[in-house]
Design a binder for this molecule. Structure first.
Ligand code: NOJ
Length: 760
């Protein structure tokens, strides 16, 4: 009662905003006290139990133990030695394990239930890389909200997302899970996703704790091979890899996951620099860090730890608060404390962090908060969620080529051949990391196209992309032999006005453990494409894939190319809407498409080198290849529309500014085409010389501008000192005085250019 009166007083006196802050502080203080009180009651075993996470009994998202450890896990659960479970889902199942934790253990501490809610839950949204192509932060946040609401309704209260690993290597299968190559775009998207999952009140029934992963450097695996060694310099670490992680901390992310890789010789899981110095100290992160699956024990294979016990001491000392499936903490930490190799203060700190998140989630007030059968029935797969993922899917599509305005398709009187097994595939569009989705529940391209009745649509498979069962855990054998369907496809192409070829990767050819050495269309698809094109030039290539591909031949020959990624449940409807012009595409690539694998790593914000240009005709001594140009196939930020945009009249209101001041940049954007359209206008800045060399340009702002045909708008960006900051030779984030170039355009090949100075 007293507290309520104090609240009321504050609300009246300080106004709404201040009152809200105060409520949060009071709540935090209450939680802090409760955590302290609970901790005081806990035995060492119970404390260690909170740091132990076990996989449930169905989905396996890592190497599963084969020793029948389920019984042991169950015993541990009953004796309070498990703090969290992953891959337990559905109200009935979650309730079962939660009941054991709450009713059968001495202190009744509820479990936190984690799951990989990576892009949607049962209603699947586009893969994260696709969503990033929308550059639409509101839509991305909304998509995370929808995913959180479905997962929460299914008993889950913690997602292992967002993945904010920057990557410049399309060979790495996990690029599908991130936001691409750019730290600025990646930071904005990471922030939006955390806000979407967590909302402003974690204890609501439709919000869940987020997890920024994988800290850090995982996207820089050598040769794009998953789990491989990472060796990067300080500047890349600070200026490229860290910013999206820092952004998630700013967004209030509750948990972090460390990564499988070693970073400059020290595995991330045992890396105190990353977890203690940077994350917990410099950034003030007060949530907890979970290891990746088995990553504590993997430090033995890395050659960094002698055995599981040693690995556990390294991880705990380095700041890994929770052990996912290494069985290290539960088996060894007590002995390590007794031997003086792990300080109990560190254990207390880890446990406090974990308990705090459980309190914030509302689990102590009601351990079954997320176990509401009614909600489970009404929320999952609801029409609103379907509409939201459809909207996100349309926004994620990128138009790569459209010669002679082949697209959009006419709605009547056309004979259309649809070719390629992905066109009828109802599973692949769900993409990788869609554990909770039912198989074959995506709307296929064919189904989407068939909702438009004015044209005649005929289908031929052409070639089968993969043989046998495709599964999350099984290798997929690519069909490289059976070309018998090509003849039928060619015959069909001959008889039709237009051909829509749906080619790319199936849903399991990207994702974890799916690195590739080539980025061509897998299997016999290139043969199919060329054979069809020979007899009918009016080809629309619909790409379905989880990473950039090297589609040079298609780019040179095929008149229209649409990048549709793996778009989730509503895939076919979104693709059909774009093909028919009911939605004008506005996506822009979040990752460079190389011309060849040999160009990798290829990224727009590269350095200039000392020899960037050919010094004289036929001169060989400059930074280039003798068999390929330096230019990508499609650059970062690239994407067309059915309409055209003209950029003009770039102006700065000053040519220099002092620290703390700002300048305004304006330009005109005009829709010169025939359709209403939306353009993502992009601002890039180049620091011309500095205490460490700086990229040729860096994205520093973007806006979405909608224009009717013929309409023109003045667009303004404000440039300030903060936008010029980088991790300098002094080892701090600062802007250095000097000369800058600024570029404006519809891709990283931005066309308008000007310059300014920052003066001290
Ligand atoms: C391993 C993956 O690297 C990680 O991203 C995922 O969250 C865990 N497995 C749990 O499934």
């Amino acid at each position: 009662m007293k507290k309520v009166l104090i609240f009321t007083y504050f609300i009246c006196f300080w106004g709404k905003l201040h009152a809200q802050e105060t409520i949060v502080q009071v709540k935090q203080e209450e939680i802090r006290k409760k955590v302290e009180q609970l901790l005081a009651k806990m035995t060492i075993k119970e404390k260690i139990g909170q740091m132990n996470q076990y996989n449930g009994f169905w989905n396996v998202t890592g190497p599963a133990p084969t020793d029948g450890s389920a019984v042991l896990k169950y015993e541990h659960l009953k004796s309070g030695q498990v703090g969290s479970m992953l891959n337990v889902r559905g109200v009935k199942e979650v309730r079962k394990v939660q009941k054991i934790a709450v009713e059968e253990t001495r202190l009744g501490i509820p479990l936190i239930i984690g799951f990989d809610v990576i892009h949607g839950y049962k209603t699947v949204s586009p893969i994260p890389l696709a969503e990033a192509a929308s550059w639409d932060l509101e839509a991305i946040k909304n998509s995370a909200e929808v995913a959180a609401s479905e997962a929460a309704a299914s008993g889950i209260n913690w997602t292992f997302a967002p993945m904010v690993d920057i990557s410049r290597d399309a060979r790495w299968g996990r690029v599908m899970e991130g936001a691409g190559e750019d730290p600025y775009l990646g930071s904005k998207i990471g922030y939006a996703r955390v806000k979407g999952f967590q909302g402003d009140d974690l204890s609501k029934k439709n919000t869940i704790a987020a997890c920024a992963k994988h800290f850090a450097g995982y996207g820089f695996a050598e040769s794009g091979r998953d789990y491989n060694t990472v060796d990067v310099g300080e500047s890349t670490l600070q200026n490229i890899i860290f910013p999206p992680f820092k952004a998630t901390v700013d967004a209030g992310v509750k948990t972090f996951m460390n990564s499988f890789n070693e970073l400059n010789g020290i595995p991330a899981t045992g890396n105190a620099f990353l977890q203690r110095k940077i994350l917990k100290k410099e950034w003030g992160f007060n949530g907890f860090v979970v290891s990746d699956w088995g990553s504590i024990n993997e430090m033995v294979a890395h050659g960094y730890a002698k055995d599981n016990e040693h690995a556990s001491s390294l991880a705990a000392n380095a700041g890994s608060d929770m052990d996912m499936e290494s069985y290290g903490y539960v088996n060894h930490i007590e002995a390590l404390i007794n031997k003086g190799r792990v300080d109990i203060a560190l254990i207390d700190d880890a446990v406090k962090r974990i308990l705090t998140v459980k309190y914030e989630l509302g689990l102590f007030e009601d351990p079954y908060l997320y176990c509401d059968e009614k909600l489970e029935k009404s929320v999952i797969g609801s029409p609103e969620n379907q509409a939201a993922v459809l909207d996100m899917a349309k926004k994620s599509i990128v138009l790569l080529k459209n010669e002679k305005a082949l697209l959009p398709l006419k709605k009547k009187g056309q004979k259309i051949a649809v070719i390629g097994s992905l066109a009828e595939d109802k599973n692949s569009p769900l993409g990788s990391w869609r554990l909770a989705a039912d198989d074959n529940t995506a709307i296929s391209v064919l189904e989407g196209l068939n909702t438009y009745k004015g044209n005649t649509i005929t289908y031929a498979k052409g070639v089968t992309l993969t043989e046998g069962k495709t599964d999350f855990t099984l290798e997929t054998k690519i069909n490289e032999e059976d070309a018998t369907g090509i003849e039928e496809a060619v015959a069909l192409a001959k008889k039709n006005d237009i051909v829509i070829l749906v080619l790319g990767e199936n849903g399991f050819q990207s994702g974890e453990g799916r690195s590739r050495t080539t980025l061509d269309l897998p299997g016999l698809q290139q043969e199919l494409l060329e054979a069809v094109y020979k007899v009918n030039k009016k080809v629309v290539l619909v790409l379905m894939n989880g990473r950039p591909l090297t589609i040079n031949w298609a780019d040179e020959n095929v008149p229209a190319i649409l990048e549709t990624w793996h778009l989730g449940t509503q895939s076919g409807n979104a693709i059909a809407a774009v093909l028919y012009g009911d939605y004008n595409p506005s996506g822009k690539l979040p990752m460079t498409f190389p011309k060849s694998v040999g160009q990798i790593p290829i990224y727009y914000n590269h350095k200039n080198t000392g020899r960037p240009e050919i010094p004289a005709p036929n001169m060989v001594f400059w930074s280039h290849y003798i068999d390929e140009s330096n230019a990508p196939l499609y650059e970062f930020g690239y994407g067309l529309s059915y309409t055209d945009f003209r950029y003009s009249d770039l102006k700065l209101n000053a040519t220099s500014f002092k620290r703390g001041e700002e300048i305004a940049l304006t330009f005109n954007l005009t829709n010169t085409g025939e359709y209403a359209g939306k353009e993502v206008v992009q601002l890039y800045i180049q620091d011309k010389f500095a205490s460490i060399t700086r990229p040729v340009k860096e994205l520093k702002g973007f806006k979405m501008v909608s224009l009717e045909p013929g309409e023109s708008k003045e667009v303004t960006f404000v440039i300030n000192e903060e936008m010029l900051q980088f991790y300098s030779a002094k080892g701090i984030w600062e802007a250095e005085e000097g000369d800058f170039n600024v570029f404006i355009g519809g891709s990283s090949n931005a066309i308008l250019k000007n310059g300014f100075k920052l003066i001290d």
